[in-house]
Design a binder for this molecule. Structure first.
Ligand SMILES: Nc1nc2c(c(=O)[nH]1)N[C@H]1C(S)=C(S)[C@@H](COP(=O)(O)O)O[C@H]1N2
Ligand SMILES: [Mo]
Length: 376
């Protein structure tokens, strides 16, 4: 269901040069929370700390007995499945690092006005569910199929366009095995929490968050390209509003630091004691496996090779890296930079686009190494 409340959808707004965060951005930021970066110490993000992004409202589903997921469109036989039925089927569990495509947006100049993420829109969970390709095989996909349109139960207006939250996956991705897309009913061994899509959601390992439709209620096989708002208007990389743009798909490589030492409450600047400071963090990439992480303590002038933990078969999850920093008193800027097997590395200059999507500029962490901190 898609209706236009305005004649054309207005382009997303860019903040003026010195414009601070507005109340609309604050309202989004209080609903949609990031991962406290110290929680990157955990391989799997503890419940409640995984980032959350919801465009409209979280549907109220106190009881899922009446919930149905339909698989329809260009199929031989439409399916109508209850969550209970899906929970009874053979399941696959995959550890997945999920990241919002808008991560890093609020650090851009000029700033696209939307959910104002710094760098914390990430989390890692173990998702259990039924492979989408098996459901599609059971329904019998028409050879003419091009897109698989996934619809959530949430509904809203965005830039004048009324819509259900909908995203399509190309048929080869929906039926593929690398990654294997899941219709997930379980997160970290428990039913999905309301904010993460209860009772069912799509999980597309290696892709940015927008593809992973929550509160999934309909999967429609289409023989034409899907042109819904979240596909053709939003989530496109473009410099100018009139450009068709390039669709946002897989996660670009990124490394982040577990914040070292302790923080200043207001500025969040870190304080460490002189001497050996063990630095650690996480690195991930949806395009190709991470091959190396480099660390800089001088704002990106010189780089050191960090130790990278093996992936241990978790291709779609972040990996821990570590490096010992011989800290000397003074002010420092720490950075980590991920490289992947496709030859991509994080940029040192901001890769700007109008939506602030897929921006993986290296993180900068100001640290004060104090002569004598109260508690080192
Ligand atoms: N139905 C529905 N699915 C959705 C969204 C939404 O607003 N509605 N947001 C998407 C976006 S933009 C992201 S980044 C991820 C966030 O998933 P999480 O909240 O479980 O971390 O969900 C995606 N799936
Ligand atoms: Mo997102």
């Amino acid at each position: 269901m898609r209706r236009r409340l305005a004649d054309v959808s207005a382009p997303a707004r860019l903040a003026a040069d010195d414009e601070g965060l507005g109340r609309d951005e604050l309202a989004l930021a209080t609903r949609n929370h990031g991962l406290p970066l110290e929680a990157m110490r955990h391989d799997i993000t503890p419940p409640g700390l995984h980032y959350v992004l919801t465009h409209y409202d979280i549907p109220y589903v106190p009881d899922d007995t009446d919930w149905r997921l339909t698989v329809d469109g260009r199929v031989r036989r439409a399916l109508s499945l209850s969550p209970e039925e899906l929970r009874g089927r053979p399941a696959v569990t995959t550890r997945v690092t999920m990241e919002c495509a808008g991560n890093g947006r609020a650090l851009l100049t000029p700033r696209p006005v939307s959910q104002p993420w710094l760098v914390e829109a990430v989390g890692t969970a173990e998702w259990t569910g039924v492979p989408l390709r098996l459901l599609l095989a059971e329904a019998g996909v028409d050879p003419e199929a091009v897109d698989v349109v996934c619809t959530g139960a949430d509904h809203g207006v965005e830039r004048g366009v009324e819509q259900d939250y909908q995203r399509a996956l190309p048929i080869d991705v929906a039926t593929g095995q690398d990654p294997q897309v899941l219709v997930a009913h379980t997160m970290n061994g428990a039913p999905l929490p309301p904010q993460h899509g209860s009772p069912l959601r799509l999980v597309v390992p290696g892709w940015y968050g927008m593809a992973q439709v929550k509160w999934l209620r309909q999967i429609t096989v289409a023989d034409t390209r899907f042109t819904g708002f979240q596909q053709s208007v939003a989530y496109r990389i473009r410099q100018e509003p009139w450009e068709e743009g390039v669709p946002v798909t897989r996660i670009a490589p990124r490394a982040l630091l577990v914040p070292p030492g302790f923080p200043d409450f207001m500025s969040r600047a870190r304080v460490v004691a002189p001497g050996r400071v063990p630095l650690q963090g996480r690195a991930w990439s949806g395009g190709a496996p991470v091959t190396a992480v480099q660390v800089s303590t001088d704002g990106g002038t010189t780089w050191h090779q960090a130790d990278l933990e093996p992936g241990r078969g978790h291709r779609w999850a972040w990996r821990r890296w570590s490096w010992n920093w011989p800290a000397v008193p003074g002010e420092h800027v720490l950075s980590a930079r991920a490289h992947d097997a496709a030859g991509h590395a994080q940029p040192l200059e901001q890769p700007w686009n109008r939506g602030g999507f897929a921006n993986n500029l290296v993180q900068r962490v100001p640290v004060l190494c104090a002569e004598r901190p109260v508690h080192g």
